[in-house]
Design a protein around this ligand. Sequence first.
Ligand code: HEC
Length: 193
Amino acid sequence: MKKLIVAVLASSALAAPAAAETGKVDTEAYVAEANAIIKDFMTNLKGELKRALKNEGPVGAIGVCQEAAPAVTRDVAAKHDWDVGRTALRLRNQDNAPDEWERKVLEDFIAQREEGADPKTLSVTKVVSSDGETTFRYMKAIPLAEKPCATCHGTNVDPDLRAEILKRYPQDEAVGFEAGEIRGAFTLSRKIN
Ligand code: HEC
């Protein structure tokens, strides 16, 4: 799993845009930075998943998701300016539960897709100020790909795999997704002053 973490850290070392010294938030620069982190996260997680599915089979690969995703999230949060996570309405891991804003955004993403929007294009930013601190927040929809995602989140999950998932996540709600449906979203934030 080291490789995954290193790649994400490397991408988040991109030049941070100047903080809101001018009183203006450089949304475009923050979004570019967030997207670079997401791209690396996704590329590496998908690569690890595909390898694990091939070498260990789906049941063994569950460990990749279970350990890798939270490890990356913790590492990035501890060492860098960005908090990085994944959230969803139908959860596998309750630790990924959305806050109030995230819930509304997820509902909105799903509604937009139902109205015909391409889920790959759905993202939203928000600047929050409280107690003299300003935080930049960003969410980007995660559509479910047939491969490899549907193996563990799709409509036809193998019964042995389903049993193993339920052993680790007894409250799992994250199955039954069709390809192209919105599985959840990346959620990133960083303090900007
Ligand atoms: C080998 C099985 C497996 C595959 C394949 C898989 N996942 Fe997961 N997924 C999991 C597990 C296990 C978790 C819970 C991870 C945790 O504990 O944080 C999870 C969590 C998630 C979450 C976080 C929200 C939640 O419900 O906890 C999202 C979003 C997600 N997966 C999307 C995807 C996408 C998109 C793909 C395809 C690129 C994918 N998954 C492929 C097993 C899998």
